[in-house]
Design a protein around this ligand. Structure first.
Ligand code: FPP
Length: 237
């Protein structure tokens, strides 16, 4: 007789409409293995795909990942180029899977700074997946403050003299996506790093010491279980 039942079932995700990930720790993961930082990003990209697919498997219909911030351009040229190359390969590669899973891909951030071929790929992916039901937001050249400034400038251009919260919400890069219920950050850093500043007002955070390339499906289960035990009252009682 088995004394302990092996836990194989997926966690209850009914309260999570939107999960977001700050994918941190790629550089440290590689350095600890005596490898260049870029190698950490390559492994991180594989993990990105695996985790997005798992979220879709367990019924979370909206996922956001922080892939490249407005500040990441300040990294050494070698690392930025390696990331661009990874985006080149990975975006094309990931798109087939996303189409099969009925996932609409939206890029959060100002696309104008990317090399033209990457920008064209991003626009093509957004166009081709626009009618898909589920959502993957990939934050690239993204900053939360920049997003709010961008929204306000659009409102000014529309001639608004006075604005309300809904105006800003509807002009964010996230468009009509629900607000994130849960934000997971890896690599032991307890900060939000300019990610979804407006949208995260009532998000629950889950921080883990695990580095992004080490994150797996069981860690997502654990984050969801912790979230399910939290009491959310959105400022009420
Ligand atoms: C932060 O770790 C990670 C990044 C700046 C890049 C994240 C990008 C990926 C995982 C690739 C995703 C690919 C696609 C196509 C979306 P870090 O380098 O800051 O790590 P460190 O804090 O250990 O230095």
């Amino acid at each position: 007789m088995k004394l302990f039942k092996k836990k194989t079932s997926a966690p209850d995700t009914s309260k999570i409409k939107h999960i977001a990930f700050i994918m941190d720790g790629n550089g440290r993961w590689a350095t600890r293995r005596g490898m260049p930082r870029e190698y950490g990003h390559t492994v991180g990209a594989k993990v990105f795909r695996r985790i997005v697919e798992y979220c879709s498997d367990i019924g979370i219909n909206c996922v956001t990942v922080y892939a490249f911030s407005t500040e990441n351009w300040k990294r050494p040229e070698k690392e930025v180029s390696a990331l661009m190359e990874l985006f080149r390969v990975y975006l094309k590669d990931a798109v087939a899977t996303m189409m099969k899973r009925d996932i609409r891909i939206v890029f959060l951030g100002d696309k104008s700074l990317f090399p033209e071929d990457i920008r064209e790929t991003m626009l093509g992916i957004e166009r081709d997946s626009i009618n898909n039901k589920n959502r993957l937001n990939i934050a690239m050249n993204y900053g939360g403050r920049d997003e709010i400034v961008h929204a306000v400038n659009e409102l000014i251009a529309e001639g608004k003299k006075e604005i309300c919260e809904e105006d800003i919400t509807s002009h964010l890069y996230t468009l009509d996506a629900p607000m994130p219920d849960l934000i997971v950050r890896t690599a032991g850093e307890i900060r939000t790093s300019n990610f979804l500043m407006w949208q995260s007002a009532y998000s629950e955070y889950y921080f883990t010491d695990k580095l992004w390339p080490d994150l797996n499906e069981r860690d997502v289960d654990e984050a969801v279980c912790v979230f399910n035990r939290r009491k959310r009252n959105f400022g009420g009682v």
